[in-house]
Design a binder for this molecule. Structure first.
Ligand SMILES: Cc1cc2nc3c(=O)[nH]c(=O)nc-3n(C[C@H](O)[C@H](O)[C@H](O)COP(=O)(O)OP(=O)(O)OC[C@H]3O[C@@H](n4cnc5c(N)ncnc54)[C@H](O)[C@@H]3O)c2cc1C
Length: 431
């Protein structure tokens, strides 16, 4: 079989071309700080921006190069992102609380748009809207019914697109119609991350890359963090490690299931082909549990195609074969097109498909965005920073939401086959 990979194929995120991950200049770590933030993704940086601007000496510690986790690897599709359904939340928490919880997703998208505009973040923000494709007429009717009965307090702009009009949205016959959410948009995730990093440094925070936190010890009125570059005492600590949470953070690790999310970027395509694939340059996703998400590159030259290929370990290149087949199923016209970039990152699933934030044993945290966290991690990172400052502005509708551990049988790979594991995860989350 002919290779799917281009001659100049690169096993790295496409985003790193325009926003490379570069080592920072190293200086000695401070002995003491007011706030240590563990993890330099969107959660950590948004928290650090608050604490540094709030007058607290702030140190961001990153295991790898900055933004090495999901925050420089994602699909760049920005939406309201809060996944639990209103009906289920209302049954469990009552209608009023459920409305407030769902509204957090709306606030998260508004916050991201505001942040980009206010801070003048050069990150290719495109208010392009989203098309969500469905795979059957029944799914189309169900979606239309569900959207129509959305309570006014959490209503959002949308319009249904029947199969007969679908070609104006996507050059594919796979879907049986779908809907458009005009408020959603796209960013260049790597540029967004670097711009945020610069704002955090400008705010006076110190950022230390290649500096994993090995352990945390609770002392009477502070924490002692052990790193390869010495110990740091911090009055407050924010854990912002999401799908990259290590076992030394046992309480959080038990509650986070890391799942590989894969992406490929095609070689440069002709202008005609690009115009036919996604005529309105929208971001696209579907409604399947293991679905796909795709979009054009910000320069409108490539298709970027992603999905959750497997629940077991896979390399970016082995994952690409599966993803490539999925891409050609959506777009048979891409059958001869080569893959120029492939990469994988680890998203963080929680048992209730909701993010969680708060304080556990005096340690602040925000995590668990379940694969859809550009807006949520930015917003909840900002909120957790406000919590550290002791501001009531940091209160959210998700405060106090029980954060349950995953059953051991799901948490440990290899115990179950990937298919059984997937079924158990889906069952556990109520799909
Ligand atoms: C392929 C892919 C596609 C995605 N597509 C989308 C999308 O289109 N839209 C969307 O909304 N979301 C998407 N996401 C999800 C989104 O990227 C994440 O939800 C978001 O970036 C999470 O940010 P974070 O800061 O919480 O975590 P991360 O960005 O993962 O950062 C965690 C950081 O913690 C560091 N760390 C871990 N342990 C330690 C330690 N001991 N010491 C120091 N540092 C440590 C890690 O190295 C890492 O850099 C995607 C994710 C992936 C992987």
């Amino acid at each position: 079989m002919a290779t799917i990979f281009a001659n100049d194929f690169q096993d790295m995120p496409y985003w790193w071309e325009a926003a490379p991950r570069q080592p920072l200049t190293h200086s000695d770590l401070p002995r003491t700080v007011d706030v240590a933030v563990i993890g330099s993704g969107y959660t950590g940086l948004n928290a650090a921006l608050q604490t540094a601007r709030g007058g607290r000496s702030t140190l961001v510690l990153e295991k790898d190069l900055t933004g090495y986790g999901c925050s420089s690897r994602n699909g760049g599709q920005a939406g309201t992102s809060y996944k639990p359904k209103f009906d289920r939340l209302a049954k469990r928490f009552g209608e009023q609380t459920a409305l407030l919880m769902v509204q957090e997703g709306h606030r998260a998208l508004a916050y991201l748009k505001h942040l980009i505009a206010e801070e003048q973040l050069d990150c290719d923000w495109n208010p392009c809207g989203r098309f969500i494709g469905v795979h059957s007429k029944g799914a189309f009717d169900k979606m239309a019914r569900e959207y129509a009965k959305t309570p006014q307090e959490i209503a959002f702009e949308y319009h249904m697109v029947p199969k007969s009009e679908q070609s104006s949205e996507i050059g594919s016959d796979l879907f049986k119609g779908g809907c458009v959410l005009p408020a959603h948009g796209s960013i260049h995730p790597g540029k967004y991350h670097l711009e945020l990093l610069n704002r955090v440094i400008d705010a006076g925070a110190m950022v230390a890359d290649l500096c994993p936190v090995k352990s945390i010890e609770r002392r009477s009125d502070s924490f002692r963090l052990q790193t390869d570059r010495g110990t740091v005492d911090a009055t407050d600590v924010v854990l912002a490690t999401n799908g990259y949470t290590d076992q030394q953070f046992a309480w959080h690790d038990q509650r986070i299931l890391p799942i590989g999310s894969f992406q490929i970027a095609t070689e440069v395509l002709s202008e005609d082909l690009i115009a036919a694939l996604i005529p309105k340059t929208r971001v696209i996703s579907d409604t399947r549990l293991i679905g796909n998400y795709f979009r054009l590159s910000p320069d409108y030259k490539r298709l970027l195609f992603g999905g959750r290929v497997t629940f077991t370990e896979a390399s970016s290149t082995s994952g690409s074969e599966t993803l490539y087949k999925q891409m050609v199923t959506v777009y048979p016209q891409l059958a001869d097109i080569k893959v120029a970039y492939a990469w994988v990152g680890y998203v963080a699933y929680t048992t209730d498909i909701s993010p969680h934030l708060g304080v556990q044993d005096n340690l602040y945290y925000a995590m668990g965005y379940c694969g859809s966290g550009i807006t949520l991690s930015s917003y909840f990172g900002m909120k957790v920073g406000q919590k550290v400052l002791g501001s009531s502005e940091g209160n959210t509708a998700l405060d106090g939401l029980p954060f349950k551990p995953w059953p051991k049988i799901i948490k440990f790979p290899g115990v179950l086959s990937s298919v059984t594991r997937l079924a158990r995860v889906a069952e556990s989350m109520g799909f």
